[in-house]
Write a protein that binds this ligand. Structure first.
Ligand code: IFM
Length: 448
């Protein structure tokens, strides 16, 4: 008797990556520097002092990597384009060889029967644009729309799924509030306008897509359900603030037409009045929402923290190497929360995965059972949400390859495929084989 196939036939499985984290050769073939290329050169900002200069050398090895995707039976691959490979100065002159790299990648994917899902911005702003104010500059929205428009025209015949921004919350929180990510600014004044400009950029790109693009376009946010440590008023207010700051800041404006009230409080006296024209622009309809899910947080009030809340570790809970609690039911909750609050927008899980200490290879085999358990529980959580009505269209594992994990450098490994950074040898882990079976059985293996 054949097993039931829990995921519908049109559900898309894939794996995800991003340009700076895997490509290497950031200045090759006429590319300009990005803010990450410059940021990693500051002493002390990356845990192991590393950079994305070589990373997984995907810029040269993309053909082999497509071969690996094919072995895994991946129907889709989510990657990002490095803006400064296309526009070395951020705007103006187009760098043909940069565009050619992505054409080769996309052609290779298509020839292998793998559907490309293209993210326009995964954190690597051209450094030239940072010198013009970066995302704090109101002009940034137009710079991004022009770049997006160029890609819609150049690649629109072979890419049908587009994502504007990856995790605008991280861009702003890491890059402009706390300075632990590029461009390393630490400001209370900039983040409200940075958030607004990011969302204006997203909306203008969607408008350009409607005028000159093919297929479907969406926004990718990272979401974490926020719990409170106690029922005290202080913890309740703090948790509401954490939720507004991380989860609602980038969704309420685009889907409901206003920012959460808590933000004015958090950023007082720097919270600006935004014009009604701007707020209308932000509501430009888009086709799907990408959700990156890793964990939840349990919050305690802490007036000394900018947001007024700090996450508290849970005793007895399991944590990944990132210090993130393994909490699969949070994914179900998050998907259902989106539907309740914002309506029935089609959803993709655009990232989900875990950095875990992998066991040493035995005869070239890496038995990462803990990662298999993570994927199993989270894929089941997606099915739970779907059974309760969440409109989930696809799931992308983070990540295809071990890669450069931003301020953690190469100290954290999220990959389905192990990368030996000294030799660039790729070794699929046991989790890759498990994911292959998930895809081949459309999820039946999750229950065996
Ligand atoms: O590696 C990152 C990715 O670039 C964005 N989402 C979270 C991942 C894990 O931290």
């Amino acid at each position: 008797m054949s097993r039931p196939e829990p995921f519908p036939a049109d559900f898309v499985f894939g794996a995800a990556s991003s340009a700076y984290q895997i490509e290497g050769s950031p200045l090759a073939d006429g590319a300009g520097p990005s803010i990450w290329h410059e940021f990693v050169r500051r002493p002390g900002v990356i845990d192991d002092g590393s950079s994305g200069d070589v990373a997984c050398d995907h810029y040269h090895r993309y053909g082999d990597d497509i071969g690996i995707m094919r072995q895994l039976g991946l129907p889709a691959y989510r990657f990002s384009v490095s803006w400064s490979r296309i526009f070395p100065d951020g705007t103006g002159r187009i760098n043909g060889p940069g565009l050619d790299f992505y054409r080769r990648l996309i052609d290779g994917l298509r020839q292998a029967g793998i559907e490309p899902y293209l993210t326009l911005y995964h954190w690597d702003l051209p450094a030239a644009l940072d010198r013009r104010g970066g995302w704090f500059a109101r002009d940034s929205a137009g710079w991004f729309a022009d770049y997006a428009h160029t890609l819609f025209r150049a690649l629109g015949d072979s890419v049908s799924h587009w994502m504007t921004l990856n995790e605008p919350w991280v861009v702003n929180d890491g890059g402009y509030l706390f300075g632990v990510h590029a461009p390393g600014r630490q400001s209370l004044q900039e983040p409200p306008r940075v958030a607004h400009n990011l969302l204006r950029a997203h909306a203008l790109a969607v408008q350009a897509f409607r005028a000159d693009g093919n297929g479907r376009i969406g926004l990718v946010v990272n979401l974490e359900p926020k719990y409170r440590e106690s029922d005290s008023d202080a913890d309740r207010i703090a948790t509401d603030r954490a939720h507004a700051y991380m989860n609602r800041q980038y969704l309420d404006p685009v889907l409901l037409g206003h920012y959460p009230d808590e933000l004015a409080d958090i950023f007082a006296p720097h919270w600006p009045e935004f014009s009604s024209e701007d707020m209308k622009l932000l509501q430009e309809p888009f086709d799907f929402l990408g959700v990156n899910y890793y964990t939840r947080s349990v919050n305690r009030a802490d007036p000394s923290h900018v947001i007024g809340a700090v996450p508290v570790r849970q005793s007895g809970a399991e944590y990944t190497e990132m210090g993130w609690e393994v909490y699969p039911q949070g994914l179900t909750e998050t998907l259902l929360w989106i539907k309740r609050r914002y309506g029935d927008i089609p959803l993709y899980i655009t990232e989900n995965g875990a950095a875990l200490a992998d066991p040493a290879p035995v005869a070239g085999h890496i038995q990462d059972d803990h990662r298999i358990a993570y994927y199993r529980s989270h894929l089941r959580a997606v099915l739970d949400a779907m059974a309760q009505g969440a409109n989930v269209k696809g799931y992308f594992a983070w990540s295809l390859l071990d890669n450069f994990e931003w301020s953690c450098g190469y100290t954290k490994r999220f990959g389905l495929v192990h990368v030996d950074y000294a030799t660039q040898k790729r070794t699929p882990k046991a989790s890759a084989e498990f994911y292959r079976k998930v895809i081949a059985s459309r999820g039946a293996v999750l229950f065996s």
